[in-house]
Design a protein around this ligand. Structure first.
Ligand SMILES: [Zn+2]
Length: 483
């Protein structure tokens, strides 16, 4: 046992401290949880008054115990309250002291179990469907689903009605967010008017109220328009988040143009339809200096292009989604829950994406949570709507497939799901946003338990470890299973 171990008794002696203590002491080469370079302690208590007590060797120790909390994206420091230290981004070595007096009220959740606490996750790619498509999802249902998945911040894609392409058209979304959001929602503005790809949206007017610009759902077909968008975005210091897809290369496809499509007589979507536009947008980013974020990469070629661009110093980041890391065309069934865009690719592609997650080419995991009605997803691979839900399975899927198997550390997963998205998109971390998981809990995914209105998941029935038991924000539980 390294450095320190606190028992329940130790805390009890500290005057009414009821917390359960989980000493997730890490040492490389032990079990997957313990494989993290960082050292974790989780202390769940109903008391918040716990003076900053200790600091450990900063070369090794990730924990600082203290009250109050702070997050400094530049330094990559997470230091959350609840009398705990949660996580220190491994690259950085200093701590930001929490100001005294920032004591927060926390919900008591003591049921004899041990949980691990993470900074609230942040998903830069979700579809909340409101305004315009509230039969699929609403701000309320989507953010409750986010909370159920451990997320305290999400970025909402602009394929809505109206499309937020002007301040006026963004207003209904902002008011729905103010009215109903259970977690922080950062809207995207569209790149082009109506996401139609012909003329730029009113990016100047939108900039103060949007996290970034995207035409997600469609590739911006015209290189000239994308060039103009990037020049504009660079001037506004905003990111362009690109859904990369060349329409002329789609040929009516709806699953990957691979073995399964050939064997079952389906029309395939070529990998080139994605990576050609990735290649173009990287070149435009290089030319304009615009910060580029590439959405939901699914191919080995995109991964290589981004890796090379990063080596050249291009200001590019990217995301992939859990389904591209866990599934490939070998997992397909004739069922609408396997239809999403981009599609599940080949095993080689999946392995290249995992390598990208490991070596840092892929910066973050986003869900591309894209709910539809049961009817829209009931028409098989060939006729269903594109898109699957993901907020409520993301952590468990990645933890089970990547961390428990030793592919990445738990600390790296937290970086992918909570730290990097905030740093890249300038999303503030509020000190009172956290989520607690029971990592020992293994269960089959049951979409009937989802809070999302969308139920179509390719992970239905899969067994994952990691159950969210609480997500808190602003000193209140926004999801709570335990009492
Ligand atoms: Zn997209």
């Amino acid at each position: 046992m390294m450095l320190m171990q606190m028992s329940k008794t130790d805390f009890s002696r500290r005057g009414g401290f009821f917390g359960a203590v989980l000493p997730l002491i890490s040492k490389k080469g032990q079990n997957p949880i313990d494989n993290a370079e960082s050292i974790w302690y989780t202390v769940l208590s109903d008391k918040t008054i716990f003076k900053p007590v200790r600091r450990y060797r900063q070369d090794h120790a990730a924990q600082t115990f203290g009250s109050g909390a702070s997050f400094s994206p530049r330094r990559g420091v997470f230091w959350c309250t609840m009398d705990i230290a949660i996580f220190r981004h491994e690259k950085y070595s200093d701590f930001t002291p929490a100001p005294d007096g920032e004591l927060l009220k926390f919900i008591r959740f003591i049921d004899g179990h041990e949980y691990i606490v993470f900074p609230g996750f942040c998903d830069v790619h979700v579809h909340l469907r409101e305004p315009g498509f509230s039969y699929k999802e609403t701000i309320k249902s989507g953010t409750l689903a986010a909370a159920h998945g451990g997320f305290t911040a999400v970025c909402a894609m602009p394929n809505l009605s109206p499309v937020p392409d002007s301040a006026e058209n963004l207003a209904p979304e902002l008011s729905a967010i103010r009215r109903d959001a259970a977690v922080s929602v950062y809207p995207y503005g569209s790149i082009t008017v109506g996401e139609r790809g012909d003329a730029l949206s009113d990016m100047d007017a939108l900039a103060p109220d949007v996290v970034a610009f995207s035409d997600d759902g469609h590739g911006v077909q015209s290189g000239e328009i994308m060039l103009a968008a990037m020049e504009k975005a660079a001037g506004l210091h905003k990111i362009i988040a690109a859904h990369c897809e060349v329409n002329s290369l789609l040929h009516g496809g709806y699953i990957h143009d691979g073995e399964y499509a050939r064997a079952h007589g389906h029309r395939g979507i070529s990998s080139e339809s994605e990576w050609r536009e990735v290649e173009r947008d990287i070149a435009l980013s290089e030319r304009t200096g615009c910060a580029l974020h590439i959405c939901h990469i699914s191919t080995k070629e995109s991964t290589s292009l981004i890796r090379e661009a990063k080596r050249r110093g291009v200001d590019v980041t990217c995301e992939t989604a859990p389904h591209y890391l866990l599934l490939d065309e070998g997992d397909l069934f004739e069922d609408g829950r396997f239809r999403m865009n981009p599609p599940l690719r080949s095993r080689e592609d999946r392995e290249a994406l995992i390598a990208g997650v490991v070596d840092g080419t892929i910066d973050m995991i986003a869900t591309d949570h894209a709910p539809h009605s049961a009817d829209e997803k009931s028409r098989g691979l060939s006729g269903s709507a594109f898109g699957v839900v993901g907020l409520e399975t993301s952590f468990a899927a990645c933890y089970t497939a990547l961390v428990k198997t030793g592919v990445i550390t738990l600390a790296r997963l937290v970086e992918l799901m909570a730290v990097s998205p905030r740093i890249r998109f300038g999303i503030p971390y509020c000190p009172d946003e956290y989520t607690a998981f029971d990592l020992s809990d293994e269960r089959a995914v049951d979409e009937r338990e989802f809070l999302s209105l969308g139920r179509s998941t390719p992970f239905s029935g899969r067994r994952f470890f990691g159950r969210c038991v609480l997500t808190a924000r602003g000193g209140r539980a926004v999801y709570k299973e335990i009492t």
